[in-house]
Ligand binder design. Sequence first.
Ligand code: SAH
Ligand code: SF4
Length: 404
Amino acid sequence: MTLDVQQDPGPRATSDPRPGISGLDPALLARWFTDRGEPAYRARQVSDAIWSGATDSLDAVLTLPSALRAPLAEEMRFDTLADTEVLVTDGGETEKGLHRLSDGALVESVLMHYPARARSRERHTLCISSQAGCAVGCPFCATGELGFTRDLETAEILDQVRHAARRLHVDGRRLTNIVFMGMGEPLLNLDRVLAAVEALNDPKRFGLGARHITISTSGVVPGIRRLTALGPQFTLAVSLHAARDALRDVLVPLNRRWPIVEVVTAAREHAVATGRRISYEVTMIGGVNDTDIDALAMADLLRGDHAHVNLIPMNPVAHTPWQASPMAVIDAFASTLRDAGIETTIRHNRGQEIGAACGQLAAERAGEPSAPTVARRRALLVTASAAALRGERSREPAPDGVGE
Ligand code: SAH
Ligand code: SF4
């Protein structure tokens, strides 16, 4: 079976060679000034402006003499997002940002506002992208359908956060949570993701507590091990989707490289080493991964673990033959997990009408594949999921670019 992954030969350079200031190590920024005979505190002025939420251009950094602004702008970009289109839905509770990067690549972020409840304060959660496209190619995911374009630079990751922070700042609000659940596989761009997390965490830069940052992975085992070695940094979410390899081979093609037992073992080691609970994500697809057999297999797999399972009804994605599981089926699945002592919640999708499953807008903008391509893809998925339900494992190799 082929999953129609359109693979680029490798990462392309961004067309604007100037680094984004937000992604720069603070020591390097300070050196830029001291090399020019300027005091190092100038770097702090720029950094404060970058992270303040109030400033959207270098010209507005009035603390910096104008004679320094021009040479700085020549060598660095204040913002790596060339253009952003914001679409608002859910009565203003969900805002989707479609960002164009300097080479024309499109990435998405989603800002979700949650009102205060009896036991929780008001929250503003931003879902950000770590890559343009994704090489993993999960067939229910709009980003997977796009294929891989390139890794994002650290500044391109951070500037999605700055964009949302500026929008919130206008109303005197702040981001409370950041999740790497947008486009791309964060653990396949881990150096830049870690540099971004460091900036987000740093009290002198964005200053968001590690507990408020979640990184989601489709199961890149060496990446999970690297995070474990770093110690408790943030919440790890693992996109599980199925507890049987035959089915997970289809739903998350890198399962052919790192099967379920390896992923769950690495996740358990992470939980033990960091004392932090693992979050498992399961996208619920009607008739595909929501059967009683699947619920029991997941209950057996996770019984006794320090884990939390989030069941998410699948957001309909064009060109797949699949739909979300009915609510009653999701409830029954949740009961099976809870009966096994596994903490389980059901997450309701936000922003379906503007395609809040990240990648959907970008996929639409990428243009329609031909009708025969769509028909072939649908037929392959139906055959593949039927084979998986019979327990037959895929003989296809893992997608290119996900192993090492
Ligand atoms: N690549 C990483 C992080 C980005 S995807 C990962 O897979 O974990 C973030 C989450 O969105 C994943 O749990 C993914 O399974 C989920 N997702 C993707 N497409 C979806 C869809 N159509 N409906 C619901 N959830 C989806
Ligand atoms: Fe990539 Fe995650 Fe989408 Fe799978 S679900 S294709 S890993 S972004």
